[in-house]
Ligand binder design. Structure first.
Ligand code: MG
Ligand code: MG
Length: 267
């Protein structure tokens, strides 16, 4: 018999504890975003993020995770995710993805953004539109994380928003999150067969669409981490951690809990 596995749920108290971790991630990423400019190394951004996280009494989620050597993932241009900070110097016109996780009282938060280095006009209009559509697709997915909905509504909303304008990276998904960075279930960024298990209050998910200007296929570099597009096309990645609550989605890694963007994403 085919059974649909349920999604783990947290108590209200546990979700509130996860909000504390989410806010550390939100505040840290805001500081890092301000520091992204030509001439800065990705290692300097990493050191800044670690200091911000520790100053808030939190711990970096990624540092030491399966041996990952840094606080941030920094992925440039044709790199999609899981890039390792280094002495590489950012240049005007680069496209940088920053992914960050933090732990407070044993609970994780996880979020990411992609941004041009230097003036927005230093990247092509095509890249600027890719960024806009990827972030909007994230918010479309987050808006589907509500009681009465089902897990695969999220990927269906992402794919509907993308509407074939870009490829959605194959083989990578979002995930459940809690006392571990990655928990069940997988959260696909694509439309799936059926709608999947029910979304109950207390489900906490990291939603993270990755869109590419070229084909959806990627490879992992020899460092064992960095994921790069096979065809060298540039990509964008946006992520938030969201809790399903009786009142609707609560975006734990957004400073305002998602109030602004969820409203604008509502259909
Ligand atoms: Mg992440
Ligand atoms: Mg994640």
């Amino acid at each position: 018999m085919l059974r649909t596995r349920g999604i783990p749920v947290k108590s209200r108290t546990q979700v509130v504890a996860m909000r504390a971790a989410g806010l550390v991630v939100a505040e840290t990423l805001a500081v890092v975003r301000e520091a992204v400019r030509p001439g800065v190394t990705t290692r300097a951004l990493d050191e800044l993020a670690e200091a911000e996280i520790r100053a808030r009494g939190a711990l970096p989620s990624f540092l030491g995770y399966h041996g990952f050597p840094a606080t941030l993932c920094t992925s440039l241009n044709d790199e999609v995710v899981h890039g390792i900070p280094s002495d590489r110097v950012l240049r005007e016109g680069d496209l940088l993805s920053v992914d960050c996780g933090a732990i407070v009282d044993g609970w994780h938060g996880d979020a990411a953004f992609t941004v041009p280095v230097g003036a927005a006009s230093s990247v092509s209009a095509e890249v600027r539109q890719l960024l806009r559509v990827t972030e909007e697709a994230l918010w479309a997915g987050l808006s589907a994380a509500r009681p009465g909905g089902r897990l695969y509504d999220i990927g269906a909303a992402v794919e509907a928003w993308v509407a074939g304008r870009y490829a959605i990276l194959a083989d990578y998904t979002g995930h459940g999150i809690g006392t571990r960075l990655h928990e069940d279930p997988h959260v696909p960024n694509h439309r799936m067969r059926g709608r999947g298990p029910q979304l109950q209050p207390g489900a906490v998910l990291a939603v993270e669409p990755m869109l590419v200007l070229g084909s959806p296929y990627s490879e992992v570099l020899a460092d064992g981490w960095t994921v790069r597009t096979l065809d060298g096309a540039w990509s964008a990645h946006f992520e938030h951690t969201v809790a399903v609550t009786a009142e609707g989605p609560w975006v734990l890694t957004a400073l305002d809990g998602g109030a602004q963007r969820l409203r604008s994403a509502a259909v």
